[in-house]
Design a protein around this ligand. Structure first.
Ligand SMILES: Cc1ncc(COP(=O)(O)O)c(C=O)c1O
Length: 384
């Protein structure tokens, strides 16, 4: 059986309740949510609303209608960047951003949006002094990756928010890696917008993401039409969540996400986080004892993602051999975050990333380390 250690890409396995909820949605909730008055449609709408309530509670949002369902974090990020920024506007990003942020901004920069990158130290933590200086130019938006998908580096969000607040600059938080594994209290913290995936630490299936937008921020929709509400009007509704939810929702996906959140609420975010970070520390400790291995440790760890390299081997070969010889699934390369790798000084080869999840055990981390050790000693013995 494969030892799956690629949870930063998508969590696997999902809690059993996720599959059950999805099957139940397909078998019993046949109607289209928000589209008709018959019983099955009403039940489908109720299931969607119940998931909105669970998400809102978990993220610290008082009005569940501010929770918009997207198909993934990338979609939510694109909605905000393209619906908020205008030619001539400035936007600040950190040196640890994902391509889900960098690529839409590259397109917007061709249309006159000015993108400024605030450097991070080689462990991935943002330089707050450099940020304060950039913020003094009062850009229209700041975007921050809460925790790195490359090495798990957690940003000092409270300090960043304080600096942004002082200048009245809204923050778009990319919580793709942290929603479900780090506490989030979006309203209390004054986060402007937040986008995340449903299929990572929120333990839902692929195909669902979440977007939150603070009521005072008017982000134009990326798509129009097909909301099921105000059909008599040509214009897109201006109320939430319909303003940003065009087209039929992914009902089985949303039902699965609700079950993923139930699992998180039962276990507790802090317990899930403690477990994942403990696994990461075992990995880091074991890797650091192996000769020829460099571990790219974060300043402050927020998730279980651990990145390393083996001297004289490219990350692809390491991952390939782990898969072929030991059925261990890890991810090599740039992890869709070339900018973060420039910061960590691992560009262009990237790293091998090991990312455990809630279902992994301490023994599995030791088994991973044993397998890697045996791979490296076999290689040492091989004729050159
Ligand atoms: C930090 C970060 N941002 C954005 C994304 C994009 O997430 P999604 O695949 O849900 O669009 C990812 C996915 O790996 C990520 O790690």
């Amino acid at each position: 059986m494969t030892l799956y250690l690629d949870n930063a890409a998508t969590t696997f396995p999902k809690p059993a309740g996720v599959r059950e909820a999805m099957v139940q949605a397909l078998e019993e909730l046949g109607g289209s949510p928000g589209r008709a008055g018959h019983r099955l449609a009403r039940e489908a709408s109720a299931a969607v609303f119940s998931c909105r309530v669970k998400v809102a509670r978990l993220l610290g949002v008082s009005d569940p209608r501010r929770i918009v369902f997207t198909k993934n974090a990338t979609e939510g990020i694109n909605i905000v960047l393209k619906g908020w920024l205008r030619p001539g506007d400035g936007v600040i990003i950190s040196g640890m951003e994902h391509n889900a942020v960098v690529r839409p901004l590259r397109r917007l920069s061709l249309a006159g949006v000015q993108v400024r990158t605030v450097p991070c130290d080689p462990r991935g933590e943002i330089d707050l002094e450099a940020l304060a200086e950039e913020l003094s130019k009062v850009p229209r938006l700041m975007v921050l990756n809460h925790a790195s998908n490359v090495n798990g580096a957690l940003q000092p969000l409270a300090s960043v928010l304080e600096l942004c607040r002082a200048k009245g600059v809204p923050l778009l938080l990319d919580a793709a890696q942290t929603a479900g594994i780090q506490p989030l209290d979006l309203e209390a913290w004054g986060v402007g917008m937040m986008a995340c995936s449903g299929h990572k630490a929120l333990l839902g299936p692929p195909g669902v993401g979440i977007l939150y937008i603070r009521p005072d921020l008017d982000v134009l929709p990326l798509m129009d039409g097909g909301t099921g509400s105000r059909s008599e009007e040509d214009a897109q509704p201006d109320f939430f969540p319909d303003r940003h939810e065009s087209g039929t929702l992914n009902l089985p996906g949303i039902a699965g996400l609700a079950a993923g959140i139930d699992f998180i609420t039962d276990r507790g975010v802090s317990e899930l986080c403690r477990h994942e970070i403990e696994l990461a520390r075992i990995l880091e400790g074991g890797l650091e004892e192996m000769p020829g291995i460099t571990v790219y440790k974060p300043g402050k760890r927020g998730t279980g993602a651990v990145s390393f390299n083996v001297a004289g081997m490219n990350p692809e070969s390491v991952a390939h051999l782990l898969d072929e010889l030991f059925q261990i699934a890890v991810r090599p390369g740039l992890h869709c975050a070339p900018l973060a790798h420039r910061t960590l000084m691992t560009f262009p080869e990237g790293t091998v990333r090991v990312s455990p999840g809630f279902s992994n055990s301490l023994e599995e981390m030791r088994s991973f380390l044993d397998s890697l050790g045996s791979l490296l000693s076999r290689r040492g013995q091989a004729p050159r």
